[in-house]
Design a protein around this ligand. Structure first.
Ligand SMILES: *Cc1c(COP(=O)(O)O)cnc(C)c1O
Length: 223
């Protein structure tokens, strides 16, 4: 069995203060999450609604669940009662639906806007100009059930570290731009979520505040 406890401790020891670790537990059994929980980990990331709701029902209730993958609008209702953060909002339509479902549950759900910077067409997210335009149009300001807590991105899946660094720096610079233009008076707009198992050290150098690490904690996923 993969040594979850020591992998988790090893990674935590390398993270500077101010960088939060999301333990990405998708496709791993409850048993693995429980080991991480016993080590003090409380923030877990999942990317499939059914799997997440099943885990949330059976695991300790003080776990903070982050939905980190692509979320279909028609599935928001299943996670709205308990989700802490929805980490990859890639359309205004999804933002409206999260707001609606949050209000139904008398909650405010934290969200991150997902940027599409990587070269791959397969990745989701707003292009920078789309994101600017959405923020300028301002519908989000009327949504009392959501709070935009920052930005998220995934770098290209490549061995070229310089490319990864460049993409993450584009995101970091864009964060500064929108922070100043739209969130200057909102200290809760604060998160820069980039970095996964293979690139989180680069992400930290590129001002990430929230790394999403799966394989390096739990081992290879068995799909
Ligand atoms: C699965 C996933 C991760 C974690 O990936 P690892 O390479 O296993 O660390 C991070 N972010 C998102 C959005 C994911 O879907």
């Amino acid at each position: 069995m993969f040594d979850v406890a020591s992998s988790l401790q090893r990674i935590k020891s390398t993270l500077p203060e101010g960088v939060e670790l999301i333990a990405v537990s998708k496709f791993h059994p409850n048993e693995y999450l429980e080991i991480a929980y016993q080590q003090g980990q409380r923030v877990f990331g999942e990317s499939h609604v059914q799997e997440l709701t099943a885990k949330a029902k059976t695991l300790p209730t003080d776990i903070q669940w982050h939905f980190i993958g692509h979320l279909q609008t028609n599935k928001v209702k299943y996670i709205a009662p308990f989700i802490t953060m929805i980490g990859a909002v890639d359309s205004l339509r999804l933002l409206h639906e999260i707001n609606k479902q949050a209000l139904k549950n008398n909650r405010v759900i934290e969200v991150l806007l997902e940027l599409h910077i990587a070269e791959e067409e397969t990745k989701y997210g707003f292009r920078l100009d789309e994101c600017r335009q959405m923020l300028e149009e301002g519908e989000w300001r009327e949504m009392k059930g959501i709070h935009i807590a920052g930005l998220m991105m995934m770098a290209s899946n490549t061995d070229n570290e310089e490319q990864i660094r460049q993409e993450m720096m584009i995101a970091a610079d864009f964060f500064d731009e929108v922070k100043e233009k739209f969130f200057a008076n909102d200290p809760q707009f604060r998160e820069r979520s980039w970095g996964m198992s293979d690139d989180y050290p680069i992400a930290i150098a590129c001002r990430s505040t929230m790394v999403r690490v799966g394989t390096a904690i739990f081992g290879e996923r068995i799909y």
